[in-house]
Design a protein around this ligand. Structure first.
Ligand code: NAP
Length: 234
């Protein structure tokens, strides 16, 4: 990086988003986080991180987070359980629309990176069950991804397998456009997904692509050019 790029991360108080923030800081990015409860976010985030109060379900809270931002990473998902379809839609679909609109209005110069899930593009019994239990979360994620693809922004949509808390770099990962279904055999650690996000920022091959990321047998590789080599734009 020649200049210090600023990344806005939404969904950074825990899980994959929190891993992404830590990885970005390690690489020298300036990081801004949009959080519903800044005090709680401040307790888990490095003091270097700028925190802006906001909520993706409330469109008018997003503009203040955008000035000076080069890239947006959106990993927000419903954390309250049980959650009805209304909250799922408001967070996953409306929240993406609001974030896209704010990014577009601010003239986002860089990437819009979005965390999605396997099973949004192909059905399975587990996906069916998940949609039933979790307010059609996969359906709303699929529709959100379609909005991103149809936007004028440069984007990357990362469809993760079932998330685990294993440390980064312990398993090999596969990056593909196979559109795997949601199934117990397709897993990946949050820390590995975070690494994929950070690498995607650097690799032009990921521009305007949607792809799956899952753990796979074999030796972990850090050759990101090779890992992304097979990607084709949507
Ligand atoms: N579980 C899986 O196997 C799986 C697989 C693929 C993809 N995903 C998706 O991947 C993403 C990351 O999952 P994860 O388990 O690592 O993290 P997570 O525990 O689901 O964390 C979600 C984050 O979103 C934030 N958030 C929720 N509602 C928000 C709102 N209205 N405005 C702003 N921020 C909001 C939460 O902040 P608060 O602290 O304020 O709640 C939290 O930081 C999620 O979107 C999840 O649905 C999950």
């Amino acid at each position: 990086m020649t200049t210090r790029e600023r990344v806005l991360v939404i969904g950074a108080t825990q899980g994959t988003g929190l891993h992404i923030v830590r990885r970005l800081l390690r690489d020298g990015y300036a990081v801004r986080v949009l959080a519903r409860e800044p005090a709680r976010a401040g307790a888990v985030l490095d003091s270097e991180v700028e925190i802006v109060r906001g909520d993706v379900t409330q469109a008018n809270t997003l503009a203040a987070a955008m000035p000076g931002v080069d890239h947006v990473v959106l990993t927000a998902g419903v954390t309250h359980r049980p959650a009805g379809e209304r909250l799922v839609r408001a967070t996953v679909y409306d929240g993406t629309m609001h974030t896209l609109e704010a990014a577009r209005n601010a003239g986002l110069p860089g990437q819009f990176l979005y965390m999605s899930a396997l099973g949004t593009t192909r059905g399975s019994w587990l996906g069916f069950l998940l949609n039933r239990i979790k307010g059609n979360a996969l359906k709303w994620r699929r529709l959100a991804a379609e909005e991103i693809r149809g936007s004028s922004l440069s984007y990357t949509i990362i469809r993760a397998g079932i998330l685990t808390n294993a440390p980064a770099g312990q398993r090999a990962i596969e990056i593909s456009q196979n559109e795997y279904p949601m199934a117990p055999r397709y897993r990946v650690s949050r820390a590995d997904v975070a690494e994929v996000f950070v690498q995607a920022l650097r690799h032009p091959r990921t521009r305007n692509t949607s792809f799956d990321v899952v753990s796979t047998p074999g030796q972990p590789s850090r050759d990101w050019t090779a890992l992304f080599a097979g990607l084709v734009p949507d």
